[in-house]
Design a protein around this ligand. Sequence first.
Ligand code: 2U9
Length: 360
Amino acid sequence: MSDLDTLRQSYLSRISGAADPDALEQVRLAALGKKGEISGMMKELGRMTPEERQTTGAALNRLRDEIDTALRARKQGLEDAALDARLKDEWLDVTLPGRPRPMGSIHPVSQVTEEVTAIFADMGFSVAEGPQIESDWYNFDALNIPPEHPARQEHDTFFMHRAEGDNRPPHVLRTHTSPVQIRAMQDQGAPIRVIAPGRVYRMDMDQTHTPMFHQVEGMAIDRNISMANLKWVLEEFCRAFFEVDKVELRFRASHFPFTEPSAEVDIRCSWEGGKLTIGKGDSWLEILGSGMVHPKVLAAGGIDASQWQGFAFGMGIDRIAMLKYGIPDLRAFFESDLRWLRHYGFAAGDVPSVSGGLSR
Ligand code: 2U9
């Protein structure tokens, strides 16, 4: 083997053994760099005879080209391998399903409030809102609730503290949304059609009662409003809310301080197999209270009872939400416990079991 062959073998094996671009560059410098071995040999050509120069020169050129080609090939090989490693390392399976994100959804009480509001809006009622902390005048006196009424006792109502030495009657957490309607009467006068949805507070806590719950009350005051108008409005509401073509309501005489006469309203239903069906059957379900607004209450709202009259009604939103969406457990609402909310889904009319004792 000639010296050049040995050199060729040596460089080709160093090139193929170079593990990275730096090592490869060292080999290139050693062979073809300015001070490289082969460059050095080429410089020697000048001292040769023309014949020697011709053969050795040609051989050195071939060797240089061969080493150059091998260097380039190895460089490309190293770059390809680096890219392969990176692709392998950074590989991403774009077909994998996305990571689940926690999902939110509207609370049944909010949904039902919106549903109720929309139905009454179609009948010309606007929405009124007011404070949750009320004076005892707006919460009780204006509504013809006498001082000795049980609702006015410590036992039933949440009273706010007064500062030491302040002997004015304490404010209360409103026990109904009726004060909102007193304020609406004072602000707007008659004629008026409003509903008042919102939170109310009573000192009550058992399987079917929570200290905070939601009510929607409504009233319509005009020159000739009667209980016939009340009946139509409530029937229309029940048809739309429970999404049935036919409803039958039963008005039972009752008593509330703020209405005279007063009636509790039941809806015809059946409870077959624990499933509630509204509109037909042999059972009656109490859904709300109502009546003609008491003249003293009209007067408290600044409306002349000799000129104007009207009806009012009130219902528990949590209760009608439970009935419509088949949620028999208050935990779903009160603790906003997502497991319960999800468990009961949002299937209208699909009621696993609701005990009879839900009414207040
Ligand atoms: C004004 C005048 C009258 C609202 C009314 C009821 C009857 C009633 C209950 C239903 C279930 C409360 O949530 S509940 O416990 N409500 O029975 N509410 S009449 O009467 C009014 C309201 C405001 C100025």
